[in-house]
Design a protein around this ligand. Structure first.
Ligand code: UDP
Length: 329
């Protein structure tokens, strides 16, 4: 068996998946341009510092390291920014991903595990969205991921490149030992912001909207622990290696929590008060996004280990306490 290239392996989801691959004995390394990722996040794994747009370097790396599967996490992921700067998103998330797939074709690497998103569905027409939910994104970020999903279906037919697309809901939490965790240059995600507000590192959290059609008026999301997410990637790889058909899976908790639920759970976990104030709705936020993730359980045998909100927030809290400045690089 060949090695595994984790593109974006120095980022949040990539680094946790890289850690798990190596912990399970896979020969895996990171390929990352460190624009968003952190050198320290790969721990003791090999890191090739390079851009995915550098096709010659990608192809050489795939050949020299005898790669037989690529995990692809190297994408921009902020919905709001994708609206204000779509060019950045289409170039990196679509054009560069196609360059990666073409380098894989040339190097004859035929297995691809792709970071997709529930944002490919757009506005929910079901209480819990399953994989058959219509895909009609409502922001450029969702479109970029959807376009890659489409390209993958065509690349398989034409070139035999097989893939598993994993449609994430809200990734959250950190490695339970606190060695790696979430550290974005510009933090926009709820749980890190709640914890920073709790310790006074930022002013009161702004709760975006309290007039949604939900029980407490705030948005409901489906938070999934980062290591449960990572585990599903390994199962996706196994399914490709078994020769299963290319497919897509939702990865979420299956449970929905409101912004106020998250604040209350964070207060219970930390023993601190989370200062917050209500603010206008954030553009592009649907009221409720909850996944039906039974397919991953049934087909991949996936089981969540950290499904409850306090465990998810507790692991993020541990990371935050040990690394208040993140990776500090
Ligand atoms: N949110 C909030 N205040 C913040 C950041 C996020 O109220 O400062 C809300 C946001 O409107 C959404 C939920 O928290 O309903 C999760 O947002 P996040 O950005 O973490 O993930 P997203 O659902 O956008 O992928």
């Amino acid at each position: 068996m060949g090695s595994i290239m984790v593109a974006g392996g120095a980022g949040y989801i990539g680094s946790h998946t890289l850690w798990m691959l190596r912990q399970k004995g896979f020969d895996a390394f990171a390929y990352d341009n460190l624009s968003e990722g952190h050198r320290a996040a790969v721990l003791d794994a090999d890191l090739v510092v390079g851009d995915l747009a550098d096709s010659a370097l990608v192809e050489r790396t795939l050949r020299e390291r005898k790669v037989d599967a690529v995990f692809h996490f190297a994408a921009y992921c902020y919905v709001g920014e994708s609206v204000t700067d779509p060019s950045k998103y289409y170039k990196n998330n679509v054009v560069t991903t196609l360059a990666l797939l073409d380098a894989m074709r040339r190097a004859e690497v035929k297995q691809f595990v792709f970071s997709s998103t529930c944002a490919t569905y757009g506005n929910p027409v079901q209480e819990r969205m399953d994989e058959a939910h219509p895909q009609w994104p409502i922001n450029p970020y969702g479109w970029t991921k959807f376009m890659v999903e489409r390209a993958l279906a065509d690349y398989e037919r034409a070139y035999g490149l097989r893939s598993v697309c994993l449609r994430y809901f809200n990734a959250a939490g950190a490695h339970p030992e606190g060695s790696i965790g979430e550290d974005h240059n510009t933090e926009t995600h709820l749980i890190p912001l709640v914890l920073q507000a709790a310790v006074g590192r930022r002013a009161a959290l702004k709760v975006f909207g309290n007039d949604y059609d939900t029980p407490d008026g705030t948005c409901i999301r489906d938070y999934i622990h980062i290591l449960d997410l990572a585990a599903a990637h390994l199962l996706g790889l196994e399914s490709l290696r078994r020769g299963d058909a290319s497919t897509a899976f939702n990865l979420g908790n299956g449970a929905g929590y409101s912004v106020l639920d998250v604040i209350r759970a964070a207060e219970a976990v930390t023993g601190l008060k989370v200062p917050y104030e209500f603010a206008p709705r954030r553009a592009g936020d649907p009221a409720r996004l909850v996944g039906d993730c039974r397919r991953a359980e049934q087909v991949l045998g996936w089981r969540q280990q950290w499904a409850d909100l306090p465990s998810i927030i507790g692991s993020a809290w541990r990371w935050h306490q040990l690394h208040p400045d993140g990776f500090a690089d």
